[in-house]
Design a protein around this ligand. Structure first.
Ligand code: FES
Ligand SMILES: [Fe+2]
Length: 425
């Protein structure tokens, strides 16, 4: 439970807000690398309640600019794309992706351009994603180099979709193991009959609907463990929450990011990887996306792309997400929704654009939720005090999502640190 004031503090992402200032202290993924090709037109991007323009120059270098031109604010979405820079159509000032001002044709003094700098932000390309840092230059943290960024791109599958709600309620579904066997009941049943690696790892969850949950604070956020007695063994599924918006899924081969575009719109990015399967090559790619519900047809049909979000002819709260009540009555579908992603979207978005938390009734199943609130508010508090927030200083190589049979051991023994200690002992 959070009172109205604390809820707003946690959820508001604009530049003048406490959480907005905290969010600007991290590297955030803002597009798939494949969504921005050299030679493309400049592309409007919304991030943390502000408007930007993304573009790649002819050498393939990605850039992210404040939308308004440095000179007098005309939109750089309208800019001419030249080999080495974006040229504003109003007076022709030209900006390189690093912010260098390359030309100011309406100013006689050729040295004028050397004294000014375009509003371009630091961008990194890694793991099939483009990342930006929007905060103060002097506080720019080290770029988090995750091990999956070095995997061959054939073995890594990256997707992005948009949801019409605040980012916190998207993350909530990722530290809430007990909804899996209920909301996703149909998907879990089907997972028994397929050989997809993803499906095999989640299949047993349906056999215990009330897992025992434990959380442990870390320098990056917290670990969240769901422990289930299943037949004669005990299984643990451990997710890592890395502040402010990264989750490593217990499957051990999925990273997700719930990146706030504005207060009521969130980009949800999935990275799947596999050492053995070429996930990004057909036919595996399409089968994988279809099973999870992230295929282009599903995203388009459910209104989860920039082109379709908010359209009245797509599933949305006003039409009950086109829930199939007849299938529910026939006992064929628990949720009346077609797949895992649609179920998660309906659950998150139906709670309202910014979910109110003053009158919610949390239970023992929600310790991940209350820890999430606490950690996010700690990020805002730390930045306000002038301290680095959780999740800006940590070693990504030591953080995992994982699962396994624990039988009498602690779930902490599944973490690489524990295994390192065992090896040393
Ligand atoms: S407003 Fe862009 S060059 Fe003048
Ligand atoms: Fe879910």
């Amino acid at each position: 439970m959070l009172n109205r004031e604390a809820n707003q503090r946690m959820c508001r992402v604009g530049p003048g807000e406490a959480m907005g200032r905290a969010l600007r202290r991290y590297w955030l993924p803002f597009l798939l690398a494949s969504e921005l090709a050299a030679g493309d037109d400049p592309r409007g991007v919304e991030l943390l309640g502000e408007r930007f323009v993304a573009w790649r120059d002819a050498r393939g270098r990605p850039g992210l600019f404040a939308e308004g031109c440095l000179h007098r604010g005309a939109s750089l979405r309208l800019a001419r794309a030249e080999e080495d820079g974006l040229r504003c159509i109003y007076h022709g000032w030209k900006f390189g992706v690093d912010g260098a001002v390359l030309d100011t044709p309406n100013v006689a003094d050729p040295r004028f351009k050397e004294r000014i700098r375009g509003r371009a932000f630091p961008v990194q390309e890694a793991g099939g994603l483009l990342w930006a840092y929007l905060g103060p230059r002097e506080q720019q943290p080290e770029f988090p180099r995750w091990p999956w960024m070095d995997i061959d791109s054939d073995h890594r599958l990256v997707t992005r979709h948009v949801e019409e709600c605040n980012f916190v309620q998207v993350i909530e579904g990722l530290v809430d193991s007990s909804h899996l066997g209920l909301l996703h009941m149909n998907g879990l049943k089907q997972s028994g009959g397929t050989d997809l690696g993803f499906a095999r790892k989640v299949n047993s969850m349906q056999r215990n609907l009330a897992p025992r949950l434990e959380v442990q604070d870390t320098e990056f956020g917290f670990y969240y463990a769901a422990i289930r007695a299943i037949e004669d063994r005990t299984e643990a599924r451990v997710a890592a929450y890395i502040a402010p918006c990264t989750i490593l899924n217990p499957n051990g081969d999925i990273a997700t990011f719930a990146v706030p575009l504005g207060d009521t719109r969130t980009a949800f990015i999935h990275v799947f990887w596999s050492d053995s399967e070429p996930l990004n090559r057909e036919p595996v790619r399409t089968r994988h996306l279809e099973f999870i519900g992230l295929s282009p047809a599903v995203l388009d049909g459910f209104g989860l792309t920039e082109a379709t979000i908010g359209r009245a002819d797509r599933p949305n709260p006003a039409n009950n997400f086109l829930q199939d009540r007849a299938a529910m009555r026939r006992g064929e579908s628990w949720s009346g929704l077609p797949g895992l992603i649609e179920e998660d979207v309906a659950a998150s978005v139906s709670a309202g654009p910014v979910r109110q938390r003053a009158d919610e009734v949390l239970s023992a199943s929600d310790i991940g939720i209350s820890r999430l609130y606490r950690t996010l508010l700690a990020c805002a508090d730390a930045v306000e005090r002038g301290e680095p927030p959780p999740g800006v200083r940590f070693d990504p190589a030591t953080v995992v999502g994982t699962h396994g049979v624990i039988d009498g051991r602690s779930w902490r023994d599944l973490l690489p640190q524990a295994q390192g200690q065992e090896a040393a002992a």
